[in-house]
Design a protein around this ligand. Structure first.
Ligand code: BGC
Length: 379
């Protein structure tokens, strides 16, 4: 049922991509993921994530059968960059459930918290290697550590599935060149940024331009710059506006590290400094949008009337705000497709099959029109 809803939404989604940004964060435009857009898909989750996910599940079932149904004996090590991250909490919960549904034993699935510290995570990976796990699923603390991680995991002859924080293109190319059992499963963050910009663009300049100066003044709150998602969302949200012919002015662009409390104080300060000139608040994720909303309300401003607010992820709380009109919109970061895609890729490796080196899935734009349906799906 969930899958059907996703496919309906996906049919309505549009992908655009390009360049731009404000606040001097243009590094992403030359980044690796640039070649890995929605049209470069893997064999598990494709542009139409829902049917592909179904196919992927069927493929995984077949793989499990072919492996003689012995997944229950396989040991899976899962490294999460930080348990306290709201989105990764949804992701890891769904990943564990799905692995169990596919036939793994709960006792053989070990999920560890990297506590946002690469040294801690590296120690956890070393432990998994010495324990002899059969497959590793890793959400790196630092994407830039991927080369070191890959080298030690490949040397131990353990298949590896990266999730959520995409390694650089040169790193992915190395997996391909060497024919290693390593892949990345994730969404193209440029798409989510573009959708954020479109949520504002679709309202029209007349609606958003409260001070009537012919341009849109905005605040940007960025996630951890270690994650390419933060760079791309920052860049492409603004680009969607400028591509739509809207002039923009960046009043403030600061790093909130994906955290609600940090975003709250960033937005409170920016509202204090720029007052009514702030027309839009872009947050790279919903946790930060929830913090921004607290600051907006504390400043006596009203979303949908004198200010507009968008996030990414479609956390339940944010969806409730979109339904209530206290958030303008969000973008569904499909943790079902991503976690299932990662598990299916792991199963294929365990079964001696190959995976593409990049397995993609789609984001879904969320407005008050579809927020209830998305909420029914994620709850
Ligand atoms: C999510 C964020 C999350 C981050 C973790 C992003 O894709 O949108 O909410 O904090 O991943 O790396």
């Amino acid at each position: 049922m969930k899958k059907k809803v996703v496919s309906v939404f996906l049919a309505m989604t549009m992908v655009a991509a390009m360049v731009a940004g404000c606040g001097g964060n243009n590094a992403a435009s030359s980044n690796a993921a640039g070649t890995n857009g929605a049209d470069t898909t893997g064999n598990a989750v494709t542009d139409d994530a829902a049917p592909a996910d179904t196919e992927a599940s069927d493929a995984a079932d077949a793989a499990a059968d072919a492996a003689g149904g012995d997944l229950a004996d396989k040991k899976v090590g899962v490294c999460i960059y930080q348990f306290s991250d709201n989105f990764m909490t949804l992701f890891r919960g769904e990943l564990e459930n799905y692995l169990i549904e596919q036939g793994f034993s709960k006792d053989n699935i070990t999920i560890v918290d990297g506590a946002n510290d690469q040294a801690t995570q590296t120690g956890q990976i070393d432990n998994f290697i010495s324990q002899g796990v059969d497959v590793l699923i890793i959400n790196p603390v630092n994407s830039s550590s991927a080369e070191t991680i890959t080298d030690k995991v490949v040397a131990a002859d353990i298949p590896l599935v990266y999730i959520n924080r995409e390694p650089e293109e040169s790193e992915e190319q190395r997996w391909a060149d060497n024919g290693w059992d390593v892949t990345y499963v994730g969404c193209d963050a440029r798409q989510s940024g573009t959708m954020q910009g479109e949520l504002i663009l679709d309202l029209g300049l007349e609606t958003v331009d409260k001070n009537g100066d012919g341009k849109i003044q905005y605040i940007m709150v960025e996630g951890d710059p270690e994650n390419i998602d933060a760079q791309y969302r920052t860049e492409f949200s603004v680009k969607a506006l400028t591509d739509g012919g809207i002039e923009v002015e960046c009043l403030s662009d600061q790093v909130g590290n994906w955290q609600q409390d940090q975003a709250q104080s960033i937005v409170a300060n920016a509202l204090g400094q720029y007052g009514d000139d702030v027309e839009v608040v872009f947050c790279n994720n919903d946790a930060m949008a929830l913090g921004a909303l607290q600051a907006i309300q504390a400043a006596g401003r009203t979303v949908g009337e004198d200010i507009y607010l968008v996030g990414v992820d479609a956390l339940s709380e944010a969806l409730e705000d979109v339904i209530a009109g206290t958030m303008t919109g969000t973008v569904f970061n499909d943790h079902f497709a991503q976690s299932h895609g990662a598990a299916d890729a792991a199963i294929r490796f365990l079964n001696g099959e190959k995976n593409e080196y990049y397995i993609a899935c789609d984001y879904v734009k969320v407005t008050s029109d579809n927020a209830q349906e998305v909420l029914d799906m994620v709850k």
